[in-house]
Design a protein around this ligand. Sequence first.
Ligand code: BGC
Length: 357
Amino acid sequence: MAIDLYRRSVEIILENQSETGAYIASPNFPTYEYCWFRDGAFSAHAMNLAGENESAVRFHHWVANAINRRKTLIQNTIAKAGRGEPIRPEDALNTRYTVEGEPAEEEWPNFQLDGFGTWLWALAEHQAHTQTQLPADWLEAAGLIADYLASLWALPCYDCWEEFPDQVHTHTLASIYAGLDAHRRITGPKHERIRSEISRFIMDEGHKLGYLPKFIGSDIIDASLIGLSVPYRVVPVDHPIMLATIEKIETDIHSGGGLRRYSTDTYYGGGEWILLTAWLGWYYAEKGDRERALAALKWVESQADVHGNLPEQVPSALTDSVHFEAWRERWGEIAIPLLWSHAKYIILVHALGQFSQ
Ligand code: BGC
């Protein structure tokens, strides 16, 4: 490799962090010039691993500010949920924000819960990594988010791909579980009963099928289910249900090169995703399967362009080429660089580091 992709990945994330601390999803893609907590949390974690703690601090500061500004909305929504009233789109926190921490103008499928759990997870990781006392306003934001997730966890919402709003998604539940666990790690026990309820709910579903499904009541697989083990730790990496889930992921959506999101995906034709392949490698590294983790790393590295940019996905092994063209006409070329792809690559490099010691 002519380019040091690891170094370049760190630079790309830092270059696309705004003065305010927000990481934009991708600089060259019109609808991605915003910050998502989901993508941003992984970028912050990657920055911690890369020794760029200051960057992670600025991100968490930005998130805490964006959340605390919405304290009234969050408290009203929690109260509504407590009274059993329906939660409407305007009651939900937004999913993507401008770098100033404001919602974007256009309509967006906002009711998504996973990114908030992922942020809490990254915050607890940040604390463990830096061994620092978190500022009071971050703790306040973390508390608001933990209460928000604990109140809304059982509701259908858009998944991490911003689709299927009428379903309860296994990966989303796992992110919420990890978020509540992170909150416990940061401040002490609070939502323990709900956390065990979530894990029981997920495992009951897993026991019914023998593997974990994309959403409750479905039988299809989704690559984001890797998160159930790594990093959300609902299921151990070598639990039979997790092994069966990974095996089904391998059979149904991994054709040898990169990993796809799910078998009927049509977004840009449903190609192979960089961040998902790196995520699968991260799982294998944690499981102790160095060979498979390395294969994922090599594939990811082979997808970088000459400047060391990693895209969101590559249009190979498409499920649907008609949709590829339709999306290209609508939104242009596939997003590149995508910060989340670089973040997951950095994380995989570190996960693999354990083998060289
Ligand atoms: C993906 C989301 C992601 C967003 C920004 C969307 O296409 O489905 O998971 O957070 O892009 O990268």
